[in-house]
Every structure is written in structure tokens, then in C-alpha cells.
Design a protein around this ligand. Structure first.
Ligand SMILES: Nc1ncnc2c1ncn2[C@@H]1O[C@H](COP(=O)(O)OP(=O)(O)O)[C@@H](O)[C@H]1O
Ligand SMILES: [Mg+2]
Length: 373
């Protein structure tokens, strides 16, 4: 019996010791896992701090890289020797050198030479950044191209460049004729930087009257409008001389007018071919505008008639010659890709897009009035 008791006792002791050692082991491993998780937590914290520091550093690095990039002298697409100096460049230059606030809108017909003129003025200047506005995401694309996260970083970059140059940098937003969206964000972007914070001179180069008219950074007092028109006779002569037409340049302007792009294209094909192409296009554009632009009544026809009536006096047509607003007319023109007239943003009147369009309108409206009793 005693043996049995002793035996049981030994078992109990054994179990106790075993359980005790197990408990100890459990405790130890519990402690170990506590230490492990503490260490893991510390490591995670350290990793996070490091990631933040790296992010800060790369943010700083990216900010400085963008500023350095803006400090490089600006090189236009065209070589200096290929560019004809123009009177309008002087106007743009004066605006840039005397800038103290607000955005500048450069408007004018497609191919008039807006981009070439403004880029030439900026040649070799520091603190210049040129960006094409295409679609609603133009702003994200601008930040991405500069390696920046958003507007706050851009402001920091502009501030740094401004401090270095002792004048605010210039952001040139070039809006191709085909661009249809983004003008509201261009306006608020320009207002923020050029009117509110004065961190940069935003120049908007708009190749369609619709985009130029849509620009609104808080009223006309908050913007400066510049119109790039046709070449003068002297400028056209110089342009054609650059294209090896020293002796026959007059033939080009007599046939094709004074739009820079038209003249350059005439040099590539021939005066005759270009003239025929332009005449046909002018006739079509006038006809379509007259017959199809009916925004409020016979809008197209009314504008053409008033333009013809005022032509002798050398005047365009005021906005009240039709019930539709210039903005709506300009939007129709852009949507349809039909450009017989243009809303002149500084003279504030409609004008024929070219002499060829005026001639086509004379013919087309005369034949209409003859055929209607
Ligand atoms: N000052 C100039 N000197 C030489 N070529 C010019 C000049 N201005 C315009 N051009 C020619 O006309 C084309 C159209 O000019 P561009 O500035 O692109 O027009 P816009 O921006 O008004 O649509 C240019 O590609 C160039 O061949
Ligand atoms: Mg352009």
C-alpha cells in the first residue's frame, strides 16, 4: 500500500516538475516572443523612419533637380538663323521684361507665328519652362515631367528659381489648335501663380480663338492680351529670302497672303499649288460657315455680310452683328474645323481669316443675293 502511495507521490512530483518546467518554458518563450515583437516593432518603426527620410531626401532631390532644370538657358526648337525677327517679338519682350503681375495671353490665327515669336523672345533666358496643354490631365503631366508630386512642390521650385534669378520664372503653356479641354484649369493655374502668389509669369499661347476667349483668370484686368497677326511685307520678304526666294518673294505674298505657315508651305510645294489649295479651302469654308453656322438665326451669314459691308472702311464686324456670342461662334469654328473668320481678341471684332476668304465671301454672297428674288 505504502509502495503504491510512494509511487503515486513520485508520479505527482514528476507531473508537477514536468508541468512546472513546461510553465517555465512557456514563460520563457512568452518573454522571448514579447522581445521578438518589440524588436519587430522597433525595426518596423526604424524602417518607416528611414523610408520617410528617403522620401524627404528624394523630395528634396527632385525639387532641386526641377529647379536646376529650369535654370538651364532655354533653347527654342528653331535655330536662331532660321527665325525672322519681328515687331511683335519686341512687344512680347517688353511685356516679359516689365512683368509685375497677371497672365499673358498670346492669340492669333493658326500658323501666324505665335509659338516661334514667343520662344524666340525666351531664347537663352533662364527660368523658363514650356508645356503643351493637351486634355484635362495637362497639369498632372506637367508635374510628372518635372518629377514633382503636385502644386506645393512646384511652388517650392518656382520660389527657388525666383530667388536665384531675382525675378519670377516664366511658365509657357502652349495650347495647340486641336485642344478642346483644360481651359478652366489653365485659368485657375495662371490666377494662382501670376495674380495671387506672383510666383511665376504664366504665358498662354492659344492657337484657337475659342481657347483664348475661354481664358478667365478673374476678369480682363487680370490678364494681358497680345495679338500675333500676319507678317508685315518686310517680314514676309525676309522669311521668303530664308527659303531661297530672294527675287520672287512678291509672287508668294501676292498669291498666298501673309500667314507665316502658308508661305512656308508654299515654298515646299509651289506658289500655284498652294494658291489653288488655299482658294478652294477658302471657298468651302465660307460656304459652310454661311450655310451651317446657325447658332442664333443665320449667324454665319450675318457675320459675313457685316464683314463685307465694313470692308471698304477697313473695319471688321462687331460682336452685335449677330445674336450669338463671339465665344459660341469661336467654339463652332473650332468644333467644325472651319476657319473663314476669326474673333480678334484685342481689336474685339470678327475679321476675315485672309484676303482669300474675303474674296470668296464677296463671290458667294453676291451669287446668293442674285439668285434670291
Ligand atoms: N519669325 C519666324 N521666322 C521664321 N519662320 C517662322 C516665323 N514665324 C513663323 N514661322 C514659320 O511658320 C510656322 C508656324 O509658326 P508657329 O509659331 O508654329 O505658328 P502658331 O504658333 O501661331 O500656330 C513655323 O513652323 C515656321 O515655319
Ligand atoms: Mg503654336
Amino acid at each position: 500500500m505504502e509502495d503504491k502511495n510512494n509511487f503515486d507521490f513520485a508520479i505527482s512530483i514528476g507531473t508537477f516538475v514536468f508541468t512546472g518546467s513546461q510553465a517555465l518554458q512557456g514563460w520563457a518563450s512568452y518573454q522571448q516572443s514579447l522581445r521578438d515583437s518589440e524588436r519587430a516593432q522597433q525595426e518596423a518603426e526604424r524602417a518607416q523612419q528611414e523610408a520617410e527620410r528617403a522620401q524627404q531626401e528624394s523630395k528634396e532631390g527632385r525639387t532641386q533637380a526641377a529647379a536646376d532644370r529650369m535654370m538651364e538657358p532655354f533653347t527654342p526648337k528653331k535655330k536662331k538663323a532660321e527665325v525672322v525677327p519681328r515687331g511683335i517679338m519686341k512687344t512680347i519682350e517688353e511685356r516679359i521684361l516689365g512683368w509685375d503681375a497677371h497672365a499673358t495671353i498670346i492669340a492669333g490665327r493658326f500658323g501666324a507665328g505665335k509659338s516661334v515669336a514667343v520662344e524666340e523672345v525666351l531664347r537663352d533666358m533662364q527660368g523658363i519652362y514650356v508645356h503643351q496643354v493637351r486634355g484635362n490631365d495637362w497639369e498632372e503631366k506637367l508635374y510628372k515631367r518635372l518629377g514633382l508630386d503636385g502644386p506645393d512642390m512646384l511652388e517650392e521650385v518656382l520660389g527657388r528659381v525666383g530667388d536665384k534669378l531675382k525675378r519670377p520664372p516664366i511658365l509657357l503653356l502652349d495650347i495647340p489648335r486641336t485642344t478642346k479641354q483644360g481651359m478652366d484649369t489653365v485659368s485657375s493655374f495662371a490666377k494662382d501663380l501670376s495674380s495671387d502668389s506672383n510666383l511665376a509669369h504664366v504665358i498662354v499661347c492659344a492657337s484657337s480663338a475659342a481657347m483664348a476667349i475661354s481664358f478667365d483668370a478673374g476678369g480682363s484686368a487680370r490678364q494681358n492680351d497680345i495679338w500675333v497677326g500676319d507678317l508685315t511685307e518686310k517680314e514676309a520678304e525676309e522669311l521668303l529670302k530664308l527659303h531661297e526666294h530672294h527675287n520672287d518673294w512678291k509672287r508668294f505674298v501676292a498669291a498666298c497672303g501673309f500667314n507665316a505657315m502658308d508661305l512656308v508651305e508654299a515654298c515646299k510645294i509651289s506658289v500655284e499649288a498652294k494658291k489653288a489649295e488655299m482658294e478652294q479651302k477658302a471657298r468651302e469654308e465660307v460656304q459652310v460657315f454661311k450655310d451651317q453656322c446657325k447658332i442664333a438665326g443665320d449667324t454665319g451669314e450675318e457675320i459675313l455680310e457685316r464683314l463685307l459691308a465694313n470692308r471698304q472702311a477697313g473695319k471688321g464686324a462687331g460682336r452685335l452683328c449677330t445674336a450669338a456670342s463671339p465665344k459660341k461662334v469661336a467654339m463652332w469654328i473650332r468644333e467644325e474645323g472651319c476657319h473663314p473668320v476669326i474673333w480678334h481678341t484685342t481689336d474685339r471684332e470678327y475679321k476675315f481669316a485672309s484676303e482669300l476668304h474675303a474674296n470668296a465671301a464677296t463671290e458667294i454672297l453676291k451669287s446668293t443675293s442674285q439668285s434670291t428674288p
